[in-house]
Structure formats: structure tokens, C-alpha cells
Design a protein around this ligand. Structure first.
Ligand code: PMP
Length: 497
């Protein structure tokens, strides 16, 4: 893919920067030049690596989720593998952008799975997507900025945007079981942007600059934007000059279609004809907005939270080189490099996965292949849990009596249950949802109320009568099934009173 050129990117995207960004100047009090090899550096404030209390770390890795048997090992040493991430390097102050070995892995992952439609993009590691969003909104939002987002969203994002003084405007979503329909209502978005100046409710706001979307396995709704919808939204972003922030913690956890006639069928684990890596990458995953981003206007967030462990606090941003420069500048004066310990653990695991995959070879391709296989095993585990949950919910008496509909998700950790009111309720739906919640808790099950994740509760009042449940955390299948039974009993009890 061709480069756009740094100066062109600067020209195009400087106007999106916040006032705060302009005020951020890194003041360096030492320079990195070494004029002669014999020079003894007493300059940088780095502790000597022999002062670290750890000499080595053994990692005991599992081959698949929930499988304690077998597995494989990785060892991290203080000084070994100089080209890799030894403890002396990873636990030292390190490069703010990310340590080179892990940075190279993340670049290769993006290049392979979601090849951007232009050349001069880069990656910046950070402390997970939450940290990435905080930095992005601080860099692109002021009091006058309007940010569009799905009407239901990961609530901390709303607080994050508002903390900069900017305003969040909700976008209507289609909460449909049809994969072609799911997610942002594109006609609504087009109408909003075309008629912005004449919409009384938004007359006091400036035209939107940013669109934040959780495009795949959306939190909370589980919806996924089809490629066709992504193209239409991208065309609108071009026409109305919007940056797209694509937050994607769940995209790799993609569900194959649910088959009610064979509810536990799991194509990832099909003994005769298991899903191949190629089919997973090319057919099942929905491609990132980056793959159609000829203008370099997409900022993509990936995280290791759902694919490895959230306690790492590790993720990365992919964006054009000018945007990465601005975010790197902010990172230099705030968090500095992401945790070296986390980077080292992930890197050692990737290398061990590569050895499992390709014997002696630990090159980037083997690492990538090992990683994708692991991610597919996770997606298989989530698909199994999706199947178990659907089957159990569809077998309840409450479902037979049509007291709820399952909003079938396309990816991720969440399943939503929409209440079917026998007659449209007179009372405030929010109050009724609170009452339903109390009944569910009494029956021993705890979920999230959809309306609590609405950007603007009055705006979404008609569509927020759903419950979000996660299939991720339950101990095992039987606990998930029991939870579904309790939901069924709770619904029956609620509607009988
Ligand atoms: N974005 C979304 C949409 C999420 O659902 C979550 C976690 N629930 C996050 C970001 C936070 O991710 P991280 O752990 O990488 O900060």
C-alpha cells in the first residue's frame, strides 16, 4: 500500500487536535547522542539491572482454555535472548512506543489480519483500550467537540469524552438478529450528518468530529457491523470529515451462525471438518475499518485483556503516523511505556506458542500462527458457551410463553435478552426493568440492565428494555445453564404479578 506522506497527514489531521494537545511539549533534559564508544554514560536515571530482585521466571502455559493437563513451558531469564525481551530489558525503563519485539509482533498481526489501505500507519502500545481511549479523547476533544457513538455503549467512554468538556451524541442502532442489519442505523447517521445544522436538539453543538464505535461484538448489544455497513459509514466519514475510533476488544471472538436444529454444533471444534485458520481469518472475521481506510482517518484499538488477561493492562493503538506521533507525545509525559513485565510475559508466551507451532522456529510468522490458533481456541470456548446459553434459554417455559426474545450476538462475551411486554406497559419502563431485576436477583441471578448503558436514557427509552448477561465468567456449563433456568423462572414470576 502506498504512503500518504507525513506532511500530508499532518496537514489533514492537525485541525482535529485539541487545545490540550498544542500545550503538550516534552522537555528533554538529556540527549541520546553517544559521541564516542568509550564515553561512560552517567546520564539516564536507569537502575542497574543487577539491582532487580528477579533473575528468572518460569511460565507454565496451557494448550487450551480450561485444560490444566499437559501444556507447555516458557522461561524468561535476566540476560538471555538479547534479540528478545530478557528481564534486564523488559523490567528496565523501556521505549515509550513499546519494546521492539512486541511492537513488531503487533505490526505483523495488523498487516496480516487487517491490512490498512495505506502505508504509513504505525502501532503504539499502551495500558489497554481504556488508557488508549483516555489519551485519544484528550488529544482530539475540547469543549466544542461533538462525538458520535452507538446509543448503547461501554459507559466509561461516555464519562471519558465528557471529562474533556466534549458532548456525546447517540446513534440509533438496529438491534437485529440479521447480521446484515446489525449495529448503527446508517440511514439515521446519514440523516443526522446531512441535516446537522437544522436539527433543533443539536443546534447548539458543532458538527461531529469523531465517531466512536465498537463495531464487532458490541458492548452491550453484541451487534456487529457488516462490511457493507462499514463501507457506507466510512463513505459518510469521508463526506463529513470524521475520524473513526474503532474499539475492538471482542472482534476475534467471532461466533459462527447458531444452528437451532443442532444447538451445540461448534464449527471451531468440528472433529471431521474443523474451521481452518485461513477460513477463520478470511471468512469468519469481519474486517476492520482500517482495511478500507484510504484516507488514514481510522484509529483502531486492540487489547490483550480479553485474549490473554485484563490484569496485564496491555493493548495497542493502530493509526496513521501523525496521530501516533501525537499520542506518543502524550504518552511520553503521562504513562510512559506500557508495563515491561506484561510485555515480557506476552512476548515469552508468543515465542513458546511459536515453538509449539513450528518446532525450533520462533520467527514472527510462527508466533502469529501460534497466537491465532490460541485465539481460535478462545473463540471456540466462547462459541460453546454461547450455544449452551442459547439452548438453555430457548428451553425455558418463559421463552415458550414468549416472555423474552434473545438478541443473538455475532461475537464477544455478551448475550442480551429483550423483554416482550404482553401489552405495552403504562408505567415507566425503567421502573419496570428495575422491578424485573429485583425478581431476578431474588431468583439468584445478576445481570446488567440495558438502559444503564444508554448514552442518553430518554433518547433510547423505547429500545432499552433488555438485559445484558455475560457468558464469560460462569464457572462451567452447568452454572450457565442454572443461570438461564433462574432467568426463566424470574421472568415467569415477574409477569405473573
Ligand atoms: N472497550 C470496550 C468496548 C470494553 O468492553 C472494554 C472492557 N470491558 C474495554 C474497552 C476496556 O478494555 P481494556 O481492559 O483494554 O482497558
Amino acid at each position: 500500500m502506498g504512503d500518504i506522506g507525513f506532511e500530508v497527514l499532518r496537514e489533514r489531521y492537525s485541525k482535529f487536535l485539541s487545545r490540550r494537545d498544542a500545550g503538550r511539549k516534552l522537555v528533554s533534559f538529556w540527549d541520546g547522542d553517544l559521541p564516542s564508544a568509550d564515553l561512560i554514560s552517567l546520564e539516564a536515571g536507569l537502575p542497574n539491572e543487577n539491582l532487580f530482585p528477579i533473575r528468572g521466571i518460569d511460565l507454565h502455559l496451557v494448550s487450551r482454555p480450561f485444560d490444566e493437563s499437559g501444556g507447555f513451558e516458557a522461561r524468561m531469564d535476566r540476560y538471555s535472548e538479547p534479540e528478545g525481551l530478557p528481564i534486564a530489558r523488559a523490567f528496565q525503563y523501556s521505549e515509550t512506543q513499546g519494546t521492539l519485539p512486541l511492537l513488531q509482533f503487533c505490526r505483523r498481526l495488523i498487516e496480516t489480519v487487517n491490512t490498512p489501505a495505506y502505508g504509513d500507519w504505525d502501532v503504539l502500545l499502551g495500558n489497554g483500550s481504556s488508557d488508549a481511549m483516555f489519551k485519544i479523547f484528550e488529544t482530539f476533544c475540547d469543549e466544542s467537540t461533538t462525538v458520535l457513538m452507538e446509543e448503547f455503549t461501554f459507559s466509561p467512554v461516555v464519562a471519558n469524552v465528557r471529562a474533556t468538556g466534549a458532548t456525546c451524541v447517540p446513534l440509533r442502532m438496529q438491534l437485529s438478529a440479521d447480521p446484515a442489519q446489525q449495529g448503527i442505523d446508517v440511514d439515521y447517521l446519514a440523516h443526522l450528518l446531512e441535516n446537522w445544522g437544522s436539527m433543533p436538539e443539536y443546534a447548539h453543538l458543532s458538527k461531529p468530529r469523531l465517531l466512536y464505535t465498537i463495531a464487532t461484538g458490541q458492548n452491550p448489544t453484541g451487534m456487529t457491523l457488516s462490511m457493507e455497513k462499514r463501507r457506507q459509514i466510512y463513505a459518510l466519514a469521508q463526506k463529513h470529515d470524521l475520524l473513526i475510533v474503532e474499539d475492538d476488544p471482542y472482534g476475534y471472538l467471532k461466533f459462527p451462525a447458531y444452528d437451532p436444529s443442532d444447538p451445540l454444533r461448534n464449527p471451531y471444534d468440528d472433529e471431521k471438518n474443523p474451521l481452518t485458520e485461513k477460513d477463520y481469518l478470511e471468512k469468519l472475521l469481519v474486517k476492520s475499518f482500517m482495511t478500507i481506510d484510504t484516507d488514514a482517518r481510522v484509529i483502531r484499538l486492540e487489547t490483550f485483556s480479553k485474549l490473554f488477561a485484563p490484569g496485564l493492562r496491555l493493548g495497542f493503538i493502530v493509526a496513521n503516523k501523525f496521530v501516533i506521533e501525537r499520542l506518543l507525545n502524550y504518552t511520553e509525559i503521562t504513562t510512559r511505556a506500557a508495563s515491561g513485565a506484561s510485555q515480557a510475559i506476552v512476548y515469552a508466551t508468543l515465542k513458546a506458542m511459536a515453538r509449539q507451532e513450528a518446532g525450533a522456529s520462533e520467527d514472527l510468522d510462527a508466533m502469529l500462527s501460534g497466537w491465532i490458533k490460541w485465539v481460535m481456541k478462545l473463540a471456540a470456548a466462547y462459541t460453546h458457551r454461547r450455544n449452551i446459553t442459547f439452548k438453555a434459554l430457548y428451553e425455558t417455559e418463559a421463552f415458550e410463553k414468549k416472555l423474552f426474545t434473545v438478541m443473538e450476538p455475532s461475537a464477544g462475551m455478551f448475550i442480551n435478552i429483550k423483554v416482550n411486554w404482553p401489552t405495552p406497559p403504562d408505567a415507566d419502563k425503567t421502573e419496570l426493568m428495575n422491578e424485573l431485576n429485583k425478581t431476578l436477583i431474588k431468583n439468584g441471578v445478576k445481570v446488567v440492565l440495558g438502559y444503564k448503558m444508554a448514552v442518553d436514557q430518554p433518547f433510547s427509552v423505547q429500545s432499552s428494555d433488555f438485559l445484558r448477561l455475560t457468558v464469560a465468567y460462569a464457572k462451567d456449563d452447568s452454572q450457565l445453564i442454572e443461570a438461564c433456568h433462574r432467568i426463566g423462572t424470574g421472568f415467569q414470576e415477574f409477569f405473573s404479578t
